[in-house]
Write a protein that binds this ligand. Sequence first.
Ligand code: ADP
Ligand code: MG
Length: 188
Amino acid sequence: KVAAFPHMKEIKDFDFTFQTSVNQQQIQDFLTFRFIEENENIVFLGPSGVGKTHLATAIGIAAAKKRTSTYFIKCHELIQNLRRARLENRLVARLKHYTKYKLLIIDEIGYLPIDQEDAKLFFQLIDMRYEKRSTILTTNVNFKAWDEVFQEPKLANAILDRILHHAKVVTMVGNSYRLKDHLAQENK
Ligand code: ADP
Ligand code: MG
């Protein structure tokens, strides 16, 4: 089950002294999984490389180890799968499949634009999980700009409304960890 994660990043591998904009206590609190019992969501918001996927993955792996059914998927792939299911007349079954996970991690909302038809599919999934299941989302796009990601403001609003109604938002800032060695080099 744990092997389904694309990256095996755990909390012990996360350097909180590099990423000072997150509250370590808050992350530790997530690891009690109370948010899952309460069907709350977590949103990691911030630019590329600040550790959003790492933290989302770490929480997911820890949950899976505690036998919570957990699934990690990139937003783009999720939408492609829903689109394919609709074409094959099995959309409802696919939505139910994604709704059954106690914890679903949807990574990278916003890197790729989502057209109106796809936004409707995404809305259906979010609506089915709303107040029933926890979802962790990562995004590099401020909520105000989700209109542009989902292209249809009404849908963007309906999606955001449901995600944020019961959610903890972790806003992250800072330099990309991916570039840290290059930046350190330049400063020499
Ligand atoms: P994001 O999803 O925000 O773009 P990632 O979580 O993918 O960023 O992080 C990019 C890379 O840097 C990953 O390999 C991740 O494990 C690593 N990384 C990011 N932040 C930290 C950190 N504070 N401590 C240790 N590794 C980190
Ligand atoms: Mg990421």
